[in-house]
Every structure is written in C-alpha cells, then in structure tokens.
Design a protein around this ligand. Structure first.
Ligand SMILES: NC(=O)c1ccc[n+]([C@@H]2O[C@H](COP(=O)([O-])OP(=O)(O)OC[C@H]3O[C@@H](n4cnc5c(N)ncnc54)[C@H](O)[C@@H]3O)[C@@H](O)[C@H]2O)c1
Length: 353
C-alpha cells in the first residue's frame, strides 16, 4: 500500500489517497478495521468479492439509486449493525456508491468515519477526492448533499479490468480534461506516449495516469474546497456544453465522460475563435481526444437546437442570468467567459439556423 497524496479539504479534513497493489492488499488493509464497519456495494461491485464482508448493504447499480431510499437503507443498516460515531462506512463502488454512502456518513450520528474505495475510473480520478457527497432529488442531479471529505481513499487499478469499455472511456474523458487543466505538461505527455498501454488498461500506465490526474484535482480543490472562489469551477471544463448534450440525447448516445470530452472540444473551439485560446494548442488538444476514439466532430441536428438551448439555460452554472463557460488560454490556464448563444449554436449544430 503506497500513499499517493494527501489533500487538505473542507472543514480542514485531510483526505489520504492510498494505492493498493491488488485487491488482496486492499482487503487486508480494510480487514484491519475489525467489525465496526459497514460496507456499501452496488450489484456490480459486490460481484468483485467471492465472499462479501460480514456487515454490508448492496444497492441496485445505476444513477437511480442515488436517492433518499438508499440513504435511509444505509442509515438503517448502520443502526442495525450498531455502528457508533467511531464506526466506519466503506463505500465500494463507482461515483454513485461513493456519493450516496458519503452523504450517509456525513449525516449518520452527525458524521461517522468514511473510506471510499472507488472502483470506476471516473470515481478514482473525480468522485472520490474533493468531499462532495450527494443524492439526486425530483429529477435534479446532486440536489441534496454535503461537503464531507473521506479521511481515506483506497485505489486498486486491478478492479478496472471488469469495467465496461463505455464506463472506462467515460472516466478517461475526465482524465484527458484534467491533463489540459494541469499546471504542467506531464500528464498530457503521459497520455500521448502511453496511449496504447492506457487503452489496454495496463496497470503501470494506469497507476501513473491516476496519480497525475489526482494531483491536478488536488491542485484546484485545495485552493477552493467549497467551490466559492471560482477556482474549483475550472474543473467544470467541458461540462456546460456536455451536460446539455447528454440531456438533449436523453443520456443515451454519450456517456458522461464522452460528453465532457465533446464539450471540452467545443470550449477549445470557442476559445480559438474568440482569440482566447492559442489556435495550434487547441487543435492539438482536440486531436488528443480524437486519438482516444471520442466523437469530437459530433453535431446535433438542427431540430434538436431548441432542446439543447433549453438544457443550457437550465444549467446550474449560470451567474446573474448569464451562461458562463470555462475556456482555456493554454495549458492549465482556465478562464470563465460568457458566450453568445449564436456562437454556441455555430459550434454544436450541423447547419446553424
Ligand atoms: N462527488 C463528486 O465530486 C463527483 C464527481 C464526479 C461524478 N460524481 C458522481 O459520480 C456518478 C458517476 O460515477 P460512475 O461513472 O462511477 O457511475 P456509477 O457508480 O453508476 O458506475 C458506473 C457503472 O459501472 C459499474 N462499476 C463500477 N465499478 C465497476 C467495476 N470495477 N467493475 C464492473 N463494473 C463496475 C457500476 O455498477 C455502474 O453500473 C454520478 O452520480 C456523478 O454525479 C461525483
């Protein structure tokens, strides 16, 4: 077990990220906590264990489990197990499990101990570090939640072998976004040089990539743990364009990370058109996404523009009624800019009206 990093987050909590050599190493570490624990799985991640730990709860996999019913089930199971405030909730799963179990840990007896074991690439590089917990409510994502950083995050790249290609590429979309936001070019270079090994999920290339990606996230969240200074917001690169695409296509065609990859390409194009982003650098970054197989040139049909615009206007990132987009001046230099809807239309639909 190797310490990857420590990040100082909201409420002055330090999250320590540890990398395990394999699942056995990880289980041995968690086994040492004894009986005062409650494990939370989903129906897919529970399959990764031949024998499930003594106290556990399995949630149905999928975003629809990120709700009050799951929250209540976790709290009821914790009570039944006699978990005290010193007890520990161990979330073993993707972002869904991490978010809902983290939320439960933050409110159970006003806060018990929390270990996150992210099992999807997206959860390893994004959902586990940063302290945001949430459930969805009335169709709105992450509507109810808290800032409650896990004191411990355990990663084993071994578990990524069973992840579907769609989910793996979803996480990778966020990873490539982090490479552009990184203050230096190490991560960008690693992606270019080790592309094959990464796509083949080779342990060494993936471990380094995850470590570099978490360093980027740490860089932004430590400066702005509760997203109040427009620093952490830079991590939303590609999300405003991407969320509206996911919603317009009813969350079918694009995974979340693939939509973020597409949205980041639109932000790079917008920056280049406005003279904010260096044109050659933007072209190189778009090409990088393309080389990993993302649909960088996808356009929505003219008929979908109204729906796309509606979804954009509902975006939570509106400030004083105006839509702000994260653009990049160059490597690691994010800026917030208001974009005209006419420019957005030109970038996202096949033949502007
Ligand atoms: N808290 C945060 O800062 C933060 C950041 C980003 C995303 N999120 C949240 O994370 C969620 C998305 O995360 P996600 O993409 O991991 O979704 P997810 O948890 O739904 O996992 C995606 C799918 O992969 C399966 N899975 C996970 N690990 C597996 C493994 N090792 N082998 C086989 N299957 C596995 C899951 O069962 C699920 O079917 C969203 O709810 C999003 O809001 C939170």
């Amino acid at each position: 077990m190797r310490t990857l990093l420590k990040a100082r987050l909201a409420n002055d909590v330090h999250s320590t990220v540890l990398m395990a050599d394999n699942l056995k190493d990880l289980s041995a570490h968690l086994g040492a906590y004894g009986r005062s624990v409650l494990w939370i799985f989903d129906t897919n991640t529970a399959k990764l264990f031949k024998q499930l730990p003594h106290s556990h709860l399995v949630l149905e996999s999928g975003e629809s489990s990120k709700n009050f019913v799951s929250l209540e089930r976790i709290i009821a199971a914790a009570l039944e197990e006699g978990l005290s405030r010193d007890g520990r909730i161990i979330a073993f799963g993707g972002g869904m499990v991490c978010d809902v179990a983290g939320f439960a840990a933050s409110v159970y007896m006003r806060g018990c101990k929390l270990t996150l074991v992210p099992t999807s690439l997206l959860a390893m590089v994004d959902a586990s570090l940063g302290g945001k917990t949430a459930i969805d409510y009335q169709g709105m994502k992450n509507m109810v939640g808290t800032f409650y950083p896990a004191d411990e995050i355990l990663i084993s790249v071994d578990v990524l072998r069973t992840l579907t290609e769609r989910e793996f590429l979803s996480g990778l979309g966020e990873v490539i976004k982090h490479a552009l936001l990184s203050p230096d070019e190490r991560m960008y270079r690693h992606l270019v040089v080790h592309k094959r090994a990464i796509l083949n999920r080779e342990s060494e290339a993936l471990s380094t990539l995850i470590e570099l990606s978490l360093e980027v996230k740490k860089h932004y969240i430590e400066q702005d743990p509760t997203e109040s200074k427009q620093i952490r917001q830079m991590l939303n690169l590609g999300h405003t364009f991407g969320h509206a695409l996911e919603s317009t296509l009813h969350f079918g065609h694009f995974s979340h990370g693939a939509a973020v990859a597409w949205g980041t390409c639109r932000a790079l194009e917008a920056g280049a058109l406005l003279g904010v982003t260096d044109k050659r650098w933007a072209e190189g970054a778009i090409e990088l996404f393309g080389s990993f197989g993302y649909e960088i040139d996808y356009k929505i049909g003219r008929g979908d523009w109204i729906a796309y615009r509606e979804h954009l206007l509902k975006d939570k990132k509106r400030i004083e009624g105006k839509l702000h987009f994260v653009l990049l001046e160059g490597q690691g230099k994010g800026v917030l800019k208001v974009l005209d809807l006419a420019l957005v239309q030109q970038l996202v639909i096949s033949r502007p009206l």
